[in-house]
Ligand binder design. Structure first.
Ligand code: GLN
Length: 199
């Protein structure tokens, strides 16, 4: 028996780490670079990187509108860091014209933790992730500045939400693919399984 086919947007990198995490979590990972590949997945991971660059590449690869349509149709998506930014409806401190996919009713602040603390790690309790706290790695991470009532906050750093869920959309400001603890990916695979999308 094989698990759900979960795509990984493969425009900028961080693909192998997510593939390993998804495999560990019981899914079958596939790289997605074109619309025909997007059409065949039950869920999608948007890796970190640079949201402005990924947004530009989404346009170049003609994936932006197909992705928006898929999200509107209920495709489960997990966005990490830059991927979280792409799922927001608006971004503070983004580039003007930076394209977003949207789907999550939230505004995020890009590079929110400031220059002095470019990167840091923290142990977080994450709603939906059983067991000990998740060791979270933040790299020039955003936070959620404003969230609509339908957005469930799964974890915070100080006051700021850094993990959220709205229906089949999941986003973390941190990088759960980097630590060898794949419980967040397992949560996403469960979301994909229970969404029944594409079946
Ligand atoms: N700062 C990046 C951005 O604005 C995100 C960083 C990351 O994905 N690690 O897109």
């Amino acid at each position: 028996m094989s698990g759900p086919r979960i795509g990984i947007l493969a425009l900028q990198g961080d693909v192998r780490e997510h593939a390993r995490a998804l495999t560990d979590a019981g899914a079958v990972p596939v790289a997605v670079r074109r619309e025909s590949e997007l059409a065949e997945v039950d869920g999608l991971v948007l890796p970190g990187g640079e949201s402005t660059t990924i947004g530009r590449l989404l346009r170049v690869f003609e994936l932006l509108d197909p992705l928006r349509a898929k999200v509107a149709a209920g495709l489960p998506v997990f966005g990490s860091c830059a991927g979280m930014i792409l799922l927001a409806r608006d971004v503070v401190d983004g580039r003007p014209d930076q394209p977003l996919i949207g789907g999550l009713d939230m505004v995020v602040r890009r590079n929110a933790f400031g220059r002095q603390v470019d990167s840091f790690e923290a142990d977080l309790d994450v709603v939906g992730v059983p067991g000990p706290p998740v060791h979270a790695v933040f790299i020039r991470a955003p936070w959620v500045e404003k969230a609509g009532g339908a957005v469930e906050v799964l974890a915070r750093v100080a006051e700021a939400p850094v993990a959220v869920r709205q229906g089949s959309l999941l986003a973390t400001a941190f990088h759960p693919e980097l630590t060898g603890d794949f419980r967040v990916h397992r949560l996403f695979v469960d979301v994909v399984r229970s969404s029944g999308f594409g079946r």
